[in-house]
Write a protein that binds this ligand. Structure first.
Ligand code: COA
Length: 375
């Protein structure tokens, strides 16, 4: 076997076909089912985007959107058995582990029945992930059993209401809504690929989503938004940030929230997230976080020619919406479950098991020496 086809990290390898999104394609940019991300983030709600990804089309009119929202709202309540599982998880657990476990547990309570109900399972997960996380969180903080209920029509507002216990203001609600749209889908990224690999064995929907959550958790992928806010908040001023960044770069440290495998010049989602971060900084009258972030962006561009990816400014959006840091990556799950679901459905519709090969670099063939004669 030759190494000629070997590409570390599968860089540049076409691993399948998709009709769900385009990422970094010349003349197309980032689109979900052909619609530009700028249009979706500018005009749509996350529920419209979830419908587009999971069910294949935008809702045709207000009535269809309203009925989809009502369906998702009705799917928000947690089964009693799942509430009890969540209550057993330690308060010190990482919320990503809570979602991964919650998803896996739900798979034992509401398993897929036969073929053809993937879209219902996907809607259930879209509706249920915020309820799962906030039930676990509030139970350990105050003993409250939320059971996932709230009649806020949108997922962003539902999440903020369960987190803060009050009606979210319009600006924050829309900022989170837009972040969910930006996070919803991104072609063959690591977690989506992981979901597709699991689906390709004809495993069940919940196993594929559980694989994806585990893959998203790492700081090189979804976990970068949590690392980004830790970095920004480490500094007291733009000058302090500049000095700190220079030290990190000299030590060859990675700066989370920068760089991308596919994008080489800019991440089209970053400009939208940046705009929302600036709006929120203006809205709460606290420019410091944005000034520090902008200086980090300047230094990274000048020193490394690197640009912020979606996670960098989204981290500021989440901080200014009063969201605890360890919930940043779970918010990514709330959104990306729509994209993962679309990919699992697509994989199943034209399946072939993923099974690449490896170049062997281990020892030469050697004799087996029975135990007792090895020295
Ligand atoms: N900070 C510092 N240097 C970085 C960097 C970052 N965030 N991202 C890439 N680089 C540098 C690497 O050190 C490497 O330099 P070298 O060739 O001198 O060794 C070069 O750029 C290529 O990086 P590499 O990690 O090989 O690229 P990749 O395509 O394998 O990885 C990412 C892509 C996204 C994983 C990578 O850019 C990264 O780790 N970013 C930080 C984590 C992050 O924000 N993830 C969210 C992605 S949406």
């Amino acid at each position: 076997m030759s190494m000629e086809n070997y590409s570390p990290g599968l860089e540049g390898v076409v691993a399948g076909t998709t009709a769900i999104s385009t990422v970094g394609k010349k003349g197309r940019g980032l689109t979900y089912r052909g619609i530009a991300i700028e249009d979706l983030a500018g005009h749509a709600s996350f529920e419209e985007v979830a419908h587009l990804l999971i069910h294949g089309t935008l809702p045709q009119d207000e009535a269809e959107l309203d009925s989809y929202r009502k369906r998702l709202t009705a799917l928000r309540a947690l089964p009693d058995a799942l509430q009890r599982v969540l209550e057993q998880l330690p308060p010190t657990a990482h919320p990503m582990d809570v979602l991964r476990t919650g998803c896996s547990a739900l798979g034992t309570m509401e398993p897929e029945v036969g073929a053809g109900n993937e879209e219902q399972v996907a809607d259930r997960l879209v509706a249920l992930f915020p309820s799962m996380l906030l039930h676990w969180y509030q139970f350990h903080r105050s003993g409250a059993r939320l059971s996932g209920a709230s009649d806020e029509p949108g997922i962003a507002a539902h999440f903020l209401r369960l987190l803060h216990g009050s009606q979210p203001d319009e600006l924050r609600q829309r900022a989170v809504d837009v972040s969910l749209i930006l996070y919803a889908e991104h072609e063959f990224n690591a977690s989506t690929f992981s979901a597709r690999v699991t689906a390709s064995t004809l495993s069940d929907f919940y196993s594929a989503i559980t694989s994806a959550i585990g893959t998203l958790r790492g700081p090189l992928h979804g976990g970068a938004n949590e690392e980004a806010i830790k970095l920004i908040e480490r500094f007291t001023s733009p000058d302090d940030a500049q000095q700190g960044l220079m030290q990190m770069l000299a030590a060859k440290e990675k700066v989370m929230g920068f760089g991308h495998r596919i994008y080489k010049y800019a991440d089209p989602r970053s400009a939208i997230a940046r705009d929302w971060a600036l709006r929120l900084c203006g809205g709460v009258g606290d420019a410091r976080l944005c000034e520090i972030a902008e200086r980090i962006e300047e230094v990274m561009y000048k020193e490394k020619n690197l640009f912020p990816n979606l996670d960098f400014y989204t981290a500021i959006v989440y901080r200014l919406c009063g969201i605890p840091t360890e919930m940043f990556t779970p918010l990514f799950v709330f959104a990306r479950v729509a994209g993962w679901s679309a990919h699992i459905i697509e994989q199943r519709s034209a399946n072939r098991i993923f099974r690449p090969i490896a170049e062997y670099v281990g020892p030469e063939r050697q004799e087996y020496v029975p135990i007792g004669k090895r020295r």
